[in-house]
Design a protein around this ligand. Structure first.
Ligand code: NAD
Length: 446
């Protein structure tokens, strides 16, 4: 079968590649010519474990094509996936301009029955808007009798495990009011759910809301734990013990109970905001989500606040080593990463930064631009040399059991601000470190 995937970012590239992997012919389309040229030369725009090999293999086998030619891709395909970005607009609501511009192009091109699949995360009511945009283009063309359906098929993949998530999803959600289209979508996804996981067919509005509800729930768990962590800090308790205590309750479970320095990435912050705006437009109060967002904003400032409390507002005599720039491990994505706000807060106060990340250094260079206060290191120990403290921001595996003796030799002062609770506070203090972490009380005076 021929499939067009419009938008070749994290979601589009993974979607297209995985469909090609199971035997379909896929056109990955993007308006970004340099991205398409690079992909045609085997240069993958993002770091995602396992993606590069799969892209190369399917490209070599001729099942995966990268193109800027919408017409060829759409006319040949039965399924047209829309996987373009939906960044936050000025008021926080999802900016649908990319989605609707693709809809316009689809309307200007389609030549026969198509299933248009909204894979981008879009607010309730968007499938209807996409449909209207396509109809209006068809009317302008004066074309009659071309049928199409617009389906909502939200994507739940996690960056860092995207291939696995797509190939073996927990569930597939399909929003359609048309039984025939639901069957076509089920057939398309059948090879991915041989593990018995469900394909849940529902109405379009419920599917659109499901995606936001899922991300809002996960963000809520994170903010909840960060709030309880603050209580633990003040009460002399340990959030990590509380986490084990509540997570072992089967009604709660262990996932997404990790306290830290706030959620980031391209999804949670924008999706929580977009859900708040959607509810607002529907005259529904979102007291929980407002709090989730507020707690997260505060949490992202926590490390900078501790640093200012310890060293003062003028940081021009201090150098900080940063371990981890990506918003989470196994990705180079730095959109809304806690590291960005933290580094900006420190360099604004005159600090120097020595940063390491296993894969995100190139993205960081683009994010911060050339900056005399920030230097990057290929080896995480090299970033420590001459630094006044280490700030651990992303919990990459290779930071988990470091050589503490070596660290103490390299650092000017044995001080660690651990934004991810990677180390045991008591052994850190016993090893001679001044150790700050999230919600585990101040053990430094013991
Ligand atoms: P992205 O920014 O990585 O990629 C979007 C791509 O779309 C870019 O390559 C851009 O050039 C292209 N594009 C923009 N306008 C276009 C147009 N008119 N025609 C063709 N291409 C166009 O975005 P992403 O992270 O892949 O996210 C895409 C959507 O999927 C968003 O709605 C996002 O919320 C959702 N989503 C993302 C993730 C994730 O982990 N990144 C997970 C689930 C859902």
């Amino acid at each position: 079968m021929d499939i067009a995937v419009i938008g070749t970012g994290y979601v589009g590239l993974v979607t297209g590649t995985c469909f090609a992997e199971i035997g379909h012919n896929v056109y990955c389309v993007d308006i970004d010519e340099s991205k398409i040229n690079n992909l045609n030369q085997g240069i993958i725009p993002i770091y995602e474990p396992g993606l590069e090999e799969l892209v190369r293999k399917n490209y070599r086998d001729g099942r995966l094509k990268f193109t800027t030619d919408f017409e060829e891709a759409i006319q040949h395909s039965l399924f047209v996936f829309i996987a373009v970005g939906t960044p936050p607009g000025e008021d926080g609501s999802a900016d649908l301009s990319h989605v609707l511009s693709v809809a316009k192009q689809v309307g200007a091109i389609i030549n026969g029955y198509k299933v248009i699949v909204n894979k981008s995360t879009v607010p309730v009511g968007t499938a209807k808007k996409v449909k209207e945009r396509i109809v209006s283009e068809l009317e302008q063309r004066g074309v009659e009798g071309i049928e199409f359906d617009v389906v909502s098929n939200p994507e739940f993949l996690k960056e860092g495990a995207a291939i696995d998530d797509f190939m073996k999803p927990d569930r597939i959600v399909i929003g359609t009011d048309n039984v025939r289209t639901g069957e076509l979508m089920k057939e398309l996804y059948a090879p991915f759910i041989r593990n018995g996981h469900p394909v849940i067919v529902m109405d379009v509005s419920s599917a659109e809301i499901t995606k936001y509800a899922a991300n809002c729930m996960l963000a809520t768990r994170i903010s909840f734990m960060n709030e309880i962590a603050r209580v633990c800090d003040s009460a002399g308790a340990d959030i990590e013990k509380v986490r084990l205590g509540i997570g072992s309750d089967s009604r709660i479970g262990m996932s997404f109970l990790y306290p830290g320095i706030g959620y980031g990435g391209s999804c949670f912050p924008k999706d929580v905001q977009a859900m708040i705006r959607t509810a607002d437009k529907l005259n529904v109060e979102t007291n929980i989500l407002n709090a989730v967002e507020l707690v997260n904003k505060k949490q992202k400032k926590l490390l900078a606040q501790w640093i200012v409390e310890k060293y003062g507002d003028d940081l021009s005599n201090y150098t900080f080593a940063i371990w981890g720039l990506a918003f989470k491990p196994k990705t180079d994505d730095m959109r809304e990463a806690p590291s960005v706000e933290l580094i900006q807060a420190l360099i604004e106060r005159g600090a120097k930064i020595k940063a390491h990340d296993p894969v995100a250094i190139e993205v960081a260079k683009k994010t911060f631009g050339p900056h005399e206060s920030i230097s990057y290191f290929e080896n995480h120990y090299d970033a420590l040399l001459g630094a006044d403290a280490l700030l651990l921001i992303t919990e990459w595996n290779n930071y988990r059991s470091p050589d503490y003796i070596k660290m103490k030799k390299l650092l000017n002062n044995a001080v660690i601000f651990d934004g991810r609770n990677q180390y045991d506070p008591h052994s850190m203090v016993n090893n001679g470190f001044e150790y700050y972490c999230i919600g585990r009380s101040n053990h430094n005076e013991q």
